[in-house]
Design a protein around this ligand. Structure first.
Ligand code: SF4
Length: 335
């Protein structure tokens, strides 16, 4: 059974100019021990979706649809119950560790509080768990680090402390929002290795939000590609890289460093995503798509199974055209 099930999620922000539909009818699920990547450009709705799942959106946001953690419905759950679940059963790590860490309290104080908020243990036991948590994420001399303030640590160390804090209570669901974007390449590799270990040891379901398909290839089992608030393609990672089906995914793949381009048309995706204040009626990628047809401007393409496992795509192009273009792209990349 899926640990996290999201069905027809709609997240709308009320603004002075009118409602902005940041997430528009997204459905997805992730099992324990599985890593699901959510990929797309900034503003595509991936962070709004993760904050909707965690119940961390401001009051100006309206969340509709269904988000279930196991068999518990989270949409409409009172704030107190959501707070109890956060940190205990689900946790989130952010690009900027200072989103979670308090600069004026020591690492030790923050970790001990995080344990005691959700577990009935003595201070000494909470301290032991905090040291164990820091050691598990590769912090040297964890006992000494308890006395440090966040700003005394390097960016990579702060990221590790935040991950340790998120995992202290062994959550069943971990959402990681661009966890490596701000880090140098070496630290990035270490954090990805750490997440691989977590998945092996804790058997948590992990949702990894990123704009980087390279990170997805390293870590994820399945991937959902989002564009302008909707999922436009969903597949296993192997399937996505072997037979990408959506013109937007082709553009993302073509822009991966070190890859050859299958088609000059896809070298760069021209233009920018549409305003979600007044989104286009048909396919939201139409204005940037080199393959656009009349039907694309009028009818939004539904997310439709491709017939290969769990893969699905939202595009009006005929299957044989998508297969040919996708194979050409991945074929030339391998060349
Ligand atoms: Fe391009 Fe049309 Fe497919 Fe949209 S539906 S991605 S515009 S071909």
């Amino acid at each position: 059974m899926a640990l996290l099930t999201v069905e027809n999620l709609r997240t709308t922000f009320r603004t002075d100019d009118g409602p902005v539909g940041a997430v528009d009818g997204v459905s997805l699920s992730v099992d324990a021990g599985q890593v699901l990547g959510i990929v797309g450009e900034s503003g595509c709705g991936k962070s709004a979706m993760s904050l909707s799942i965690m119940g961390l959106l401001p009051k100006s946001a309206m969340v509709e649809g269904s988000i279930r953690l196991g068999d518990r419905e989270l949409v409409g759950l009172p704030g107190g119950e959501l707070r109890r679940l956060r940190g205990a059963e689900m946790a989130m790590i952010f690009q900027d560790p200072m989103t979670s860490l308090n600069p004026v309290m020591t690492i030790g104080w923050q970790l001990v509080e995080a344990v005691r908020l959700h577990q009935k243990v003595s201070k000494a036991e909470a301290r032991r768990l905090a040291i164990e948590g820091l050691a598990a994420v590769g912090i040297p001399s964890p006992e000494d680090r308890l006395r440090s303030y966040p700003l005394e640590l390097s960016g990579g160390m702060r990221q590790r402390v935040m991950i340790a804090m998120a995992l202290l209570n062994r959550p069943r669901l971990l959402i990681a929002d661009e966890p490596t974007t701000a880090l140098d390449v070496t630290t990035q590799a270490q954090i990805l290795e750490l997440m691989r270990e977590l998945r092996r040891e804790v058997d948590a379901a992990i949702v990894l939000i990123t704009h980087d398909l390279g990170v997805v290839a390293e870590l994820c089992d399945e991937v959902a590609v989002m564009y302008a608030g909707r999922v436009v393609e969903r597949a296993t990672v192997d399937e996505l890289f072997a037979r990408p089906q959506h013109p937007y995914t082709w553009g993302l793949l073509a822009s991966l460093p070190g890859r050859n381009l299958a088609s000059e048309r896809l070298h760069q995706i021209p233009g920018s995503p549409p305003s979600l204040l007044r989104p286009p009626a048909g396919c939201r990628f139409a204005a940037r798509c080199p393959f656009v047809m009349d039907v694309c401007r009028d009818d939004p393409p539904p997310l439709t199974p491709t017939g290969r496992g769990t893969a699905a795509v939202a595009c009006h192009l005929a299957q044989d055209v998508r297969d040919r273009e996708g194979a050409r792209l991945s074929g030339e990349e391998r060349a």
